[in-house]
Design a protein around this ligand. Structure first.
Ligand code: ADP
Length: 270
């Protein structure tokens, strides 16, 4: 549906003639609607754990007051719920920080192989806790991309965290990178061998708050914001995410970076 704003301006003082301009408002409306949806979703996601904590406080004051075992159980649930709220707020802050920052094309070149290796090391213990091992097939050759390192660190943290969470029955997570020639894109791959993602859900997993409604999502901690943050950051980098997956065969997330012009032939040096 399209929406227009009509602007009328008079031609001269006494000609009685007007120029009418129709300004397309559809995009502005769409963004307003998205923002409203987002706030509604975020509030709902915060309200659910909050309501649960409030309910347990009531119970602890009343029926469970003298039941030490129930008390311990309820306190544990309350702690989990507050952690969930904290995660949600962290993700919301990341998203809003990204949206506030004016779009700046990254100029700095960085070695994405070294960057991903730096992300893998501290993740190894999370992987082990989930019963998986991260296997790096990254090699030693640097691969240059244009990027903001703190943002790209977040991209690979989120992808690896998901592989650990959802791929945990698969024992291994493979991380690799390649570039066919300096004129080709740089690809970084995170592959797990977990339950995978049903095809019909793949186009939607980068939407805010979208979680695939299977057992794995329900039992794993998450906000449904991780991949939307990834997509947001990659768009700012002129990079993109592709996903290959079939149920039972794991999931492969590939980040595609555009090639950087070889030094000395860039526009600045012309
Ligand atoms: P979160 O992990 O916080 O739920 P994400 O935005 O990171 O949110 O992911 C969205 C959904 O995509 C997840 O809830 C999960 O259902 C699905 N998903 C993401 N990564 C994987 C993966 N490696 N294997 C299977 N499903 C995945």
């Amino acid at each position: 549906e399209r929406a227009y704003r009509v602007v009328a301006s008079r031609i001269g003082n006494d000609t009685g003639l007007y120029v009418l301009m129709f300004k397309d408002q559809s995009e502005a409306r769409r963004i307003d609607r998205m923002r409203a949806d987002f706030i509604a979703n975020a509030s709902h996601e915060l309200r659910t754990p909050l309501a649960s904590v409030a309910g347990f406080i009531e119970t602890l004051r009343g029926p469970a007051r003298d039941d030490a075992k129930a008390r311990e159980n309820f306190l544990q649930i309350m702690q989990n719920q507050t952690q969930r709220m904290a995660r949600l707020i962290d993700d919301l802050l990341s998203l809003s920080r990204l949206e506030m920052k004016p779009y700046q094309k990254p100029n700095a070149q960085l070695d994405v192989v070294a960057l991903v290796k730096g992300v893998i090391e501290p993740m190894r213990h999370i992987a082990r806790e989930n019963g998986v091992e991260i296997v790096s097939e990254l090699g030693d050759a640097p691969l240059l991309v244009a990027g903001h390192s703190d943002e790209l660190v977040q991209v690979f943290e989120n992808l690896l965290e998901n592989a650990c969470k959802y791929g945990s029955s698969g024992e291994r997570i493979l991380v690799s990178a390649d570039q066919a020639s300096p004129m080709d894109e740089v690809r970084v791959r995170v592959q797990d061998f977990g339950p995978g993602i049903p095809e019909e859900h793949i186009p939607r997993i980068t939407e805010r708050f979208y979680r695939v409604d299977v057992e794995t999502s329900r039992t794993q901690k998450g906000t449904g914001l991780g991949l939307s943050i990834v997509k947001h950051i990659l768009t700012r980098h002129d990079a993109r995410l592709s996903v290959k997956s079939a149920p039972g065969e794991g999931a492969t997330f590939v980040v595609h970076f555009p090639p950087v012009p070889p030094s000395g032939t860039g526009a600045e040096s012309a």
